[in-house]
Design a protein around this ligand. Structure first.
Ligand code: AMP
Length: 396
């Protein structure tokens, strides 16, 4: 059946892409362009089990999309199956509460939100512009990381600051990872019937990490804020802290506000505390060889994740399910155990044996029998969600 979707995910210095076929179930080709904006940028394509990498003649998002188009021209069998393109967009502000087909009005809307995601939005807009130019016949959709959280009530999304800052500048909590949370909510409803009428906690733990409470299928609170810096400790981000610290850092280190913020975004979190790496796997290996700073970083990550799970849980009537997802959530038994050790007061517990022997890439219930909450590992699939949204928008 002709229903393949090219999914494009433009980051500030990278562009991930994939072609999904058979209602998103099959990945025909995938790849990544990296170090865009430098003269060492590369693009790699993985197709039929083989990976090819080449240097990009021009390290730009535009050129990367041109390379994808050139690859498609060389592979007409894949090209012929394409029916649309789905773009991942980080920030949809208050304008977008669902995925939409892209037209000039949508592009203007994304542009209006650009001040809220200054690193990502310009990259997204470049990706859209060049895709519209190179694939003029294909419908294209925008899928927003923020839209799933537009269901938050005012009490949850407002910051307790003077209200003119919200009215005039839209400063409020938006939340991110919404595409992942929507996928998890739908996938959980397939394996745990009725969960779409219950209270669900999700910890999306990757290099970026956040928590979300989902009440009867709708996001009721989430840990990230106006930017993805708020909430959990992450790979290189500090997460929530006393905002006064920013001015202390500026004064102590003679930095501008942006430079101090850069420390919180790029040099903190697991990397800042371990003084070794932002990568969970590297830290677990270091901990096993006796590195106490790596252990401290991981244990702080566990404590803070548990706190933010407990915090968003206040919007639920009951915690029927807790789901771990993302690279860390799906693969680190050490952190899943550590996080649940701090959630005993919520009657959440896991079976250590199931947790430690969880097969990679599979859905598994790892709850301890004596606890009320079902604890799950569910691999996320944001690309699939973007492809499905795009197909559904094209068909309507
Ligand atoms: P993501 O951003 O979702 O791709 O997740 C990346 C994070 O997942 C990195 O910190 C990785 O070290 C971590 N991760 C991936 N596989 C494993 C593993 N087997 N054990 C521990 N952490 C892992």
């Amino acid at each position: 059946m002709k229903d393949s979707i090219l999914v494009i995910n433009c980051g500030s210095s990278s562009l991930k892409f994939a072609i999904l076929a058979n209602a998103g179930q099959e990945t025909l080709m995938e790849g990544i362009a990296e170090q865009l904006g430098s003269n060492t940028s590369t693009i790699s394509f993985k197709y039929q089990g083989e990976k090819h990498q080449k240097k990009l003649a021009v390290g730009s998002h535009e050129f990367a999309v041109k390379e994808i188009k050139a690859w498609l021209d060389l592979h007409p069998k894949v090209n012929d199956l394409l029916v649309g393109i789905g773009h991942r967009i980080v920030h949809g502000g208050e304008t977008f509460n669902q995925s939409v087909l892209i037209n000039q009005e949508v592009i203007n809307g994304i542009q209006e939100c650009a001040n809220l995601a200054p690193l990502h939005s310009p990259a997204h807009l470049k990706g859209i512009d060049i895709s519209l130019a190179l694939f003029p016949g294909l419908p294209q959709a925008a899928v927003f990381d923020t839209s799933f959280h537009q269901s938050l009530s005012k009490e949850q999304f407002l910051y307790p600051i003077p209200m003119d800052l919200y009215r005039d500048y839209h400063f409020r909590k938006y939340g991110f990872h919404g595409t992942s949370y929507r996928y998890i909510s739908q996938r959980l409803a397939q394996v745990a019937k009725g969960s779409d009428q219950q209270g669900v906690l999700v910890a999306h733990l990757g290099n970026g990490a956040s928590t979300c409470a989902i009440n009867k299928g709708k996001s009721s609170d989430t840990s990230m804020g106006i930017t993805p810096l708020e909430g959990l400790m992450m790979g290189t981000r500090s997460g929530s802290l006393d905002p006064s610290l920013l001015t202390f850092i500026m004064k102590a280190k003679h930095l501008s506000a942006d430079e101090a913020l850069d420390i919180l975004n790029k040099k903190s979190g697991l990397l800042g505390v371990s003084e070794l790496s932002n990568d969970c796997r590297t830290l677990e290996e270091a901990m096993e060889s006796g590195d106490s700073k790596a252990k401290l970083a991981l244990d702080m990550f566990a404590v803070r994740t548990a706190k933010h799970l407990a915090s968003v849980a206040t919007t639920l009537d009951s915690i029927d399910h807790l789901v771990f997802t993302g690279g860390i959530g799906e693969n680190s038994s050490y952190l899943r155990q550590g996080i649940c050790n701090h959630l005993k007061a919520l009657n959440i517990g896991i079976n250590s044996n199931l947790n430690e022997n969880a097969p990679r890439g599979e859905i598994l219930n790892i709850s301890a029998k004596s606890n009320n909450t079902n604890v799950w590992i569910i691999p996320t699939n944001e690309e699939l969600m973007i492809a499905l949204d795009t197909i559904s928008l094209i068909q309507h």
